[in-house]
Design a protein around this ligand. Structure first.
Ligand code: G16
Length: 543
């Protein structure tokens, strides 16, 4: 076996500010593309000599070949060991758990998250730091800079490593430890939640469906829900991971998980349902005839977390991304703990979790998690919900109604305009950014603008700052609209418009958020001139 040093051209790699590289699969399969990024990571973290890495992915098309390339490159770069999930699989939260529990020098996660997979779909890769979290901007910027100047990469000339069974293999001078992808994560879940209470809930006839969407969470959900907690076989739907995710779109929202939504409104609806995304970090929670918005889910989980053994001592603080509704802030205020508002992106929670300022974090984009790992964790959210349901013995709807009666309700909806012209979307945002000073006082139908700004953040722990994180418009009527461009798409641009309004008291429980929010939606559309600029009359997705 010999180390090859292959000449290559620089690539326009991961853009500064994004936490990973996502592109069409065909781009990743071009000679040298993946290799350039991986070598850029190894160089940017000061080389790999003597280090131990974690590696795994969500099993999408090209995962199997990419993992072998990474192993051969890690060996050529002098790594001592790589821990890799059996068959190259690791969900994003499980990879974070492995990095932390085994103390590895970071890890590489192969996934384009909830984006569709396959030869014509998307692929992605990201580097997580030794704390287990997504790399902060200082690291991703170093990777980006390196990717622009790199002219060669190192790879071992060797055969594929057998990843089909657990055990220790060698690759040149490096050892490859093939681990069970589920064990470490499942052990953490067991330490946090009241498994006896959840077992008793299932034994009492409580019914549930978990849609793994043919993505990575199937084996995790089966091991915990069916094998450990006694949920009947068949509770986990679409539980076999597939390279093309069964030709589906593994984004657990009301559009892409429509079958599950229909099941919950039909006569055979189980008591509870949930879904997770491609790499297992996002979640969707449903009760009979009700979809819980991610913002409400965060607030309910925070308000009831003390019912789970792992959080029985109370929470230190709650953090949410800026576009997430303010429901969680109301819980923090009542509990007398800190509430933090960060830019979109899980990486911004890392310093707060490390410093013990926040225990639970969440985002409107269907991510919730805690200090047990440094990624959002779909199965964790589902298990905390189950723990709460097991202890309260009320339905999802009853729990939400009680929550809104106590805290008031933040009606919330996100509208996505997908695949729009990038230049037009960027111009729309640039114009909004120029206008905050002119907007206060302006009437928009029944609403009046109180204030407007472009969100900027200063990290209270390390003092780093992030500007231009989304335009916020506050209305005098306790309502808010937020505009930002998605950072996770691979074609054109996606404009996200987040609209919310607070109603104290019971929050008029029966109302449809689209109707309740109609004045805010109209005002947002008018202020940003969405129709005129993007040529769109209605959003593609409403969540
Ligand atoms: C990623 C980040 C999330 C963030 C989301 C925003 O999610 O990990 O923290 O909320 O992007 O997406 P967008 O920029 O499209 O609104 P994921 O699940 O794709 O890794």
């Amino acid at each position: 076996m010999r180390v090859k040093s292959v000449s290559t051209n620089p690539i326009a790699g991961q853009e500064p500010g994004t936490s990973g590289l996502r592109r069409k699969t065909a781009v990743f399969m071009e000679p040298g593309y993946l290799e350039n990024f991986v070598q850029s990571v190894f160089d940017a973290v000061g080389g790999l000599a003597g280090k131990t890495l974690t590696a795994g992915g969500d099993g999408r098309y090209f995962n199997d070949r990419a993992i072998q390339i990474i192993l051969r490159m890690a060996a050529a770069n002098g790594a001592a060991r790589v821990l890799v999930g059996r068959d190259g699989l690791l969900s994003t939260p499980a990879a974070s758990a492995v990095i932390r529990t085994r103390g590895t020098d970071g890890g590489l996660i192969l996934s384009a998250s909830h984006n569709p997979a396959g030869e014509h779909g998307d692929f992605g890769i990201k580097y997580n730091i030794p704390s287990g979290g997504p790399a902060p901007e200082s690291v991703t910027d170093a990777i980006y800079r390196r990717s622009l100047e790199i002219d060669r990469y190192q790879i071992l000339d060797a055969a594929d490593v057998d990843l089909s069974t657990t055990g220790i293999r060698t690759l040149g001078a490096m050892s490859v430890e093939v681990i069970d992808p589920v064990d470490i994560h499942a052990g953490i879940m067991q330490s946090l939640f009241d498994f006896d209470a959840i077992r008793a809930l299932f034994a009492s006839g409580f019914t549930m469906r978990f849609d793994a969407m043919h993505a990575v969470t199937g084996p995790y959900a089966k091991a915990v829900l069916e094998d450990e907690l006694g949920a009947p076989s068949g509770t986990v739907l679409n539980g076999e991971p597939m390279a093309d995710f069964g030709a589906g779109y593994p984004d657990p929202n009301p559009v892409h998980a429509r079958t599950l939504v229909e099941l919950m409104t039909g006569p055979d609806a189980p008591d509870f349902a949930a879904a997770s995304d491609g790499d297992g970090d996002r979640n969707m929670i449903l009760g009979r005839d009700i979809i819980v918005t991610p913002s409400d889910s965060l607030a309910v989980l925070a308000a009831n977390a003390h019912l789970a053994p792992g959080y029985s001592g109370g929470l230190r603080g709650i953090a949410r991304s800026m576009p997430t509704s303010r429901a969680a802030d109301r819980v923090a205020a009542k509990l007398g703990i800190g509430a933090f508002e960060t830019p979109t992106g899980w990486k911004f929670f890392g310093t707060l979790l490390d410093a013990g300022l926040a225990t639970i974090c969440g985002e409107e984009s269907a991510g919730t998690g805690s200090n047990h790992v440094r990624e959002k964790d779909g199965l964790w959210a589902v298990l905390l919900w189950l723990n709460i349901l097991a202890r309260r013995r009320e339905s999802v709807r009853e729990i939400l109604n009680a929550h809104w009666s106590e805290f008031g309700r933040d009606y919330y909806t996100r509208h996505d305009y997908e695949g729009v012209d990038k230049a037009a979307a960027e111009a729309l945002m640039a114009d909004l950014r120029r206008r905050p000073a002119d907007l206060p006082g302006r009437r928009c139908g029944a609403l009046r603008i109180a204030a407007a700004d472009d969100f900027s953040y200063r990290d209270p722990v390390d003092g780093s700052s992030a500007n231009g994180q989304g335009v916020r418009i506050f209305f005098e009527e306790d309502a808010r609209a937020v505009f930002r461009l998605s950072g996770t798409g691979t074609a054109g641009a996606t404009l996200r418009v987040y609209q919310e309004r607070f109603e104290p008291g019971s929050g008029e429980l029966g109302l449809d958020p689209q109707q309740t929010l109609a004045p805010v939606i109209a005002a947002a559309s008018d202020i940003a001139e969405i129709h005129a600029r993007l040529g769109r009359l209605a959003p593609d997705v409403r969540t």
